[in-house]
Design a protein around this ligand. Structure first.
Ligand SMILES: O=C(O)CCC(=O)C(=O)O
Ligand SMILES: [Mn+2]
Length: 203
């Protein structure tokens, strides 16, 4: 049996198909208001392979000059991010065990050849709140390690409707997405994977 680091939880099939379909429609509406953009690495300006947008009072963004940060507006449109929909707040309330609502929901869109390197989520001022992450669409190979980059890692497949929680001792565990498995879900007509990451930013 796969042993996950303390504080890291995996809920397979947390969302049934109708709830997944409803979320895809909701995300489509969010993307219509706050278009996906290509984030770039701080310093070298290298584009990431994942496209992103956000909803919430704060959104996670990155660019060459100012690096990783949260801000209340979309970097391309300058408009405030759309609100976090009730369906996502409900999931947070059910699984986070945290009394304050999330302020940011990062929407990551992975084409079938996209990936995300091993990293920690540490741009939040409140590190006592967990990170709640939802997978939709094609299955991915998710890797999770310890509190330092060189710690041993475990790999698990995340399927459509799965939820992952990084909380407690596991809040700062290194993690990343090594690959997407094409044609493993029928949820998204054009393939790929959507990840929704809910976070509390301020104490
Ligand atoms: O796509 C995922 O499952 C993880 C996304 C992630 O780690 C992040 O956006 O910080
Ligand atoms: Mn992350």
């Amino acid at each position: 049996m796969l042993q996950l680091p303390n504080g890291v939880r995996h809920g397979p099939d947390y969302l049934n198909r109708p709830r997944q379909e409803a979320l895809v429609e909701i995300i489509r509406a969010i993307v219509a208001e706050a278009p996906l953009y290509v984030p770039v690495m701080p310093g070298n300006g290298k584009p990431m392979s994942v496209r992103m947008t956000n909803c919430g009072s704060l959104g996670w963004v990155t660019d060459k000059e100012r690096g990783y940060r949260y801000q209340p507006t979309h970097p391309a449109t300058g408009r405030p991010w759309p609100e976090i929909p009730g369906e996502l707040l409900e999931i947070w309330n059910d699984v986070s065990g945290y009394d304050k609502p999330p302020e940011a929901c990062l929407v990551n869109f992975y084409s079938d050849d996209a990936r995300m390197g091993l990293h920690q989520d540490r741009d939040e001022k409140d590190l006592t709140a967990p990170v709640v992450s939802i997978s939709l669409g094609n299955t991915c190979l998710f890797r999770v390690g310890g509190l330092t980059r060189t710690d041993k890692t475990s790999s698990l497949r995340l399927s459509s409707g799965d939820v992952v929680i990084l909380g407690g001792e596991g809040r700062l565990c290194f993690h990343g997405v090594d690959r997407i498995y094409p044609a493993t879900s029928t949820l998204l007509k054009n393939g790929g994977r959507i990840n929704l990451t809910l976070r509390r930013v301020t104490p």
